[in-house]
Design a protein around this ligand. Structure first.
Ligand SMILES: Nc1ncnc2c1ncn2[C@@H]1O[C@H](COP(=O)(O)OP(=O)(O)O)[C@@H](O)[C@H]1O
Ligand SMILES: [Mg+2]
Length: 277
């Protein structure tokens, strides 16, 4: 994620109320809509002369003009991230929009918080794509979602078990430090948790970390979330960075299940990630 504010250009297709769309966009010191333009030609002209991190394309329903814009931006400004803001029920449009070069699609109405989350996720994913791998056999996948109950834990646990069943060496970290339920999902007793690891004296190395990982029948090794919510604060970003670098030296995959939203630990994990889903 850029440390400076995210600069966004909003291109509004005919038939879309620009003010209404802007109400859905976050606006603060971290995120600025630097210009609002109408239609493809104006957007392309603006992008020829000025720089933006992100282009929003707001359209109502199926829009051939929006597809042409996406295609043109992919060729003219491949460095610009593109998020489509859709309205209505655009049959077939979403697939065409991705094919034309959209990086993400958010359907309106949405709250500024939801859009902000999607923007951060998109930028984190792009940054992850560009991060060189520690080794070609080691990937760190951060599973994100804005709310509880959206399938993060199901995705993280199923992905881990599937990879392990295919013979990959997998470590799964439960970063939902207050209400983590990876152990419950995998049927593992929470004998030793990340809290116990944080409390244990002495320097961290691979052997020590190994002693704190529970083993699932599939072979997945799991660092379990604390037993009680009040133990969450004992786990800091520094410990996580050490854990990730040790695990990536000996595991093919490190999968991180996260709590809803962006905690400091989640941001640390995104920074260490090669992939964000
Ligand atoms: N694709 C899906 N189909 C059906 N049920 C699902 C699906 N994804 C998640 N669930 C169920 O929804 C509930 C919440 O999922 P969970 O993975 O714990 O969400 P999160 O970790 O985002 O809070 C669980 O009971 C889970 O089994
Ligand atoms: Mg969960």
């Amino acid at each position: 994620m850029p440390s400076r504010p995210v600069k966004a250009l909003l291109a509004v297709e005919p038939g879309v109320d620009a003010e209404h769309v802007q109400e859905s966009l976050p606006s603060d010191e971290d995120f600025k809509v630097v210009a609002v333009v109408s239609g493809a030609d104006e957007a392309l002209r603006w992008l020829r002369d000025s720089a933006a991190d992100l282009l929003f394309v707001a359209c109502a329903g199926y829009s051939d003009r929006a597809l042409l814009l996406l295609d043109a931006v992919a060729r003219q400004n491949p460095e610009v991230n593109v998020m489509v803001l859709g309205q209505g029920s655009p049959n077939g449009f979403l697939r065409r929009a991705f094919e034309a070069g959209a990086d993400d699609i958010v359907m309106l109405p949405a709250t500024p918080e939801q859009v902000r989350f999607e923007v951060h996720k998109l930028l984190a994913r792009k940054q992850g794509d560009e991060t060189p791998m520690i080794s070609e056999h080691s990937k760190l996948v951060c599973v994100l979602g804005p709310k509880g109950g959206t399938g993060k834990t199901l995705t993280a646990t199923n992905l881990s078990v599937c990879l392990a069943q295919r013979g990959e060496k997998v470590a799964l970290i439960d970063l939902d430090l207050q209400f983590g339920d990876v152990a419950l999902c995998l049927g593992l007793p929470p004998e030793r948790t990340v809290y116990d690891l944080a409390q244990s004296p002495g320097a961290l190395d691979a052997d020590k970390l190994d002693a704190f990982l529970a083993t699932h029948s599939s072979g997945v090794r799991t660092l379990i979330a604390p037993r009680r919510p009040d133990q969450a604060s004992a786990v800091g970003a520094e410990l996580l960075r050490e854990v990730y670098s040790i695990l990536r030296a000996s595991y093919d995959w490190v999968i991180v299940d996260t709590p809803p939203g962006f905690t400091a630990e989640v941001i640390t994990s995104i920074d260490s990630a090669t992939h964000v889903v």
